[in-house]
Design a binder for this molecule. Structure first.
Ligand code: ATP
Ligand code: MG
Length: 569
């Protein structure tokens, strides 16, 4: 492709509203443009990168038996009402009406549509298992669209859905998918981890997220420093055996603590470590107010709390609700002498408190000499705190460290949640009607593009890996008024393309400095510069990622280039 004939609007300045490196460069190097908040156009270079990512995704999906389909983006409300998500999905669902005033949504995901499709077509176990996938535009009215393609309101996703007669069959496909995802992200050159995750609003229990390690990641991953254990901190289990130290119990005493409200204040004022203070919170779990206890040096994890209590929602109660329940404000709450019937859930670490401190449910007062069991009862001890750096890894190997991650993929075992809701049934071997057992598997294709862009760049621009790059070679004619240079450039263009290299030929009548700056910005893996030595048939070859340069004669170019690309990223 001749650069003079394509559309690569590069920018010299860093766009003011772009907050992360990948977004800045995708705009500056002319890969994308914003249309409106969270909505983007892919320009020719961006479209080529997308196509490369999609190709890898397709190959790996096909390899595990996926069949590509294309489902509608426009989805009738009835399907979402059947699954219950018309209400539950909330404001993220883009809703609209047709001319007959009927409700529709623009698909944020396709469980409903695909379950209805398979329900109507597949009636027997003989047609199972079945895996269908698509690569399609999704719509989610995100509260905070940001970081460019990383969190859009319109974005491209690969979503796959599998249908099974048995749990074993689902387990098999799930494992195949996990492997396919590992292949995909490895081929894309991404530094990623597969982590244990929360299933969010889709439902289902067994689920993994694929996280690209990156400082701009919105999720925190807890990982072991010695094994391959990794989990979203939302989910990471804490496996520590807590017991109280072997010291005598002292008397319970009420002490005035005045304005000491935070754990740090109380710890300093009473000269006790935070780990010997009972932190008391009140959560609204579904509709019930529950007293939740954790150690002062720990944080309560609302997602684990929700799971532990098998609830749909768990949110901190409001100030008014707390005062009504316990008679005091945050800062003096405690588990002692609670009103009858109030449920108390404690993190396991509470067991380690001996002669500790807790609020007295009276503003300005705390108790000292507090001992669980003797001074207050706990209905259930559960694992409800966030894991911390330095905790033992739950797999028993090593200690926990944290890293930030970008979620690029997500696999779930859905079970029968959607087949039951939408009446998706098949006849099993014994002629009995059973709901399909389902799995679903997503990859944020456009988010992946941003993740690769974030990882592959330096001070001058992109450093695309070969699998993703929009073109393989940037052929640059330094002086387009020079016949020898033009002629050699044309020859090399033909030669390279005949060897299946995808070549971008900078034939523009621009200054050399502009061409080199744009070339660094766009970041193709190899630059072939045709300059003054063109008369002798010699060109300069530069590897973008390493900065290495070579002078090669025209005749040796192809062989040497083939070798070079075999040994670099
Ligand atoms: P997140 O926690 O980031 O909102 P999610 O759990 O809502 O993600 P899924 O419903 O699992 O995401 O969607 C599958 C994949 O689609 C995600 O792993 C992610 O890579 C991608 N994705 C989700 N939301 C967006 C978005 N707003 N913009 C771009 N990609 C997205
Ligand atoms: Mg989301």
């Amino acid at each position: 492709m001749k650069q003079s004939k394509t559309f690569i609007p590069t920018l010299r300045e860093v766009p003011a509203d772009a907050d992360v490196k990948s977004h800045q460069l995708l705009l500056r190097a002319g890969f994308i443009r914003q249309s409106t908040s969270g909505v983007y156009s892919y320009l020719p270079l961006g479209k080529k990168v997308l196509a490369n990512i999609e190709k890898i995704v397709r190959e790996e999906m096909d390899a595990v038996g996926g069949n590509e389909v294309l489902l509608p983006a426009l989805q009738q409300a009835e399907l979402w009402q059947e699954s219950g998500r018309w209400e539950h999905y909330g404001p993220e669902l883009m809703r609209l009406k047709d001319r007959h005033n009927r409700d529709f949504a623009l698909g944020p995901t396709h469980e409903e549509v695909i379950t209805a499709l398979v329900r109507d077509e597949v009636k027997s176990y003989k047609k199972l298992p079945l895996t269908l996938y698509q690569i399609q535009t999704k719509f989610r009215d995100e509260k905070r669209p940001r970081f460019g393609l990383l969190r859009g309101r319109e974005f491209i996703m690969k979503d796959a859905y599998s249908f099974h007669a048995t749990q074993e069959s689902l387990d098999e496909t799930y494992d195949d998918m996990v492997q396919a995802y590992k292949n995909i992200f490895t081929r894309l050159g991404l530094n990623f981890r597969a982590v244990i995750a929360d299933s969010g609003s889709i439902g289902g229990k067994d689920t993994h997220e694929f996280m690209v390690l990156s400082e701009i990641g919105e999720d925190t991953i807890a990982y072991s420093d010695t094994s391959d254990y990794a989990a979203n901190i939302e989910m990471a289990e804490v496996k520590v055996d807590y017991s109280a130290p072997d010291v005598d119990m002292t008397e319970l005493q009420k002490v005035e603590t005045l304005d000491q409200k935070t754990i740090e204040d109380v710890a300093a004022f009473l000269e006790v470590p935070a780990s010997n203070i009972v932190k008391t919170l009140v959560f609204k779990v579904d509709e019930e107010l529950v007293v939740v206890l954790a150690r002062g040096d720990h944080e309560v994890n609302d997602i684990k709390l929700k799971h532990a209590l098998d609830a749909e929602t768990a949110e901190l109660a409001t100030d008014e609700e707390i005062v009504e329940l316990l008679g005091s404000h945050i800062g003096s709450l405690g588990p002692i002498k609670l009103p009858v019937g109030v449920k108390v859930v404690a993190d396991h670490a509470i067991k380690s408190i001996r002669n500790g401190v807790a609020g007295a449910n009276e503003d300005g007062y705390h108790y000292t000499g507090v001992n669980p069991g003797r001074d207050f009862a706990v209905d259930a001890y559960e694992d409800i705190r966030f894991i911390q750096v330095g905790d033992p890894s739950p797999d028993g190997e090593g200690t926990i460290k944290f890293a930030e991650g970008i979620e690029v993929g997500h696999v779930f075992k859905l079970g029968t949640k959607y087949s039951e809701a939408l009446n998706g049934m098949f006849l099993d071997e014994n002629g009995r009607n059973q709901p399909f057992i389902m799995g679903c598997y997503g990859i944020g294709v456009s988010r992946v593009m941003a993740a690769v862009a974030e990882q592959y760049q330096d001070a001058y621009g992109f450093t695309w890996p070969q699998q993703v790059t929009p073109y393989d070679v940037h052929l640059i004619t330094v002086n387009t008024k020079d016949d020898a240079q033009n002629e050699l450039s044309e020859d090399l263009y033909k030669l390279l393309t005949s060897y299946r290299y995808d070549v971008l030929h900078d034939d523009r009548k621009e200054r050399a400095g502009v061409k080199f700056a744009d070339s660094d910005l766009i970041g193709l893996p190899v630059r072939v510069t045709v300059g003054k030595k063109a008369v002798d048939g010699i060109v300069e070859v530069k590897v973008r990622q390493t900065g290495e340069t070579f002078e090669w004669a025209k005749e040796e170019l192809i062989d040497r280039l083939n070798n070079l690309l075999k040994t670099t990223n």
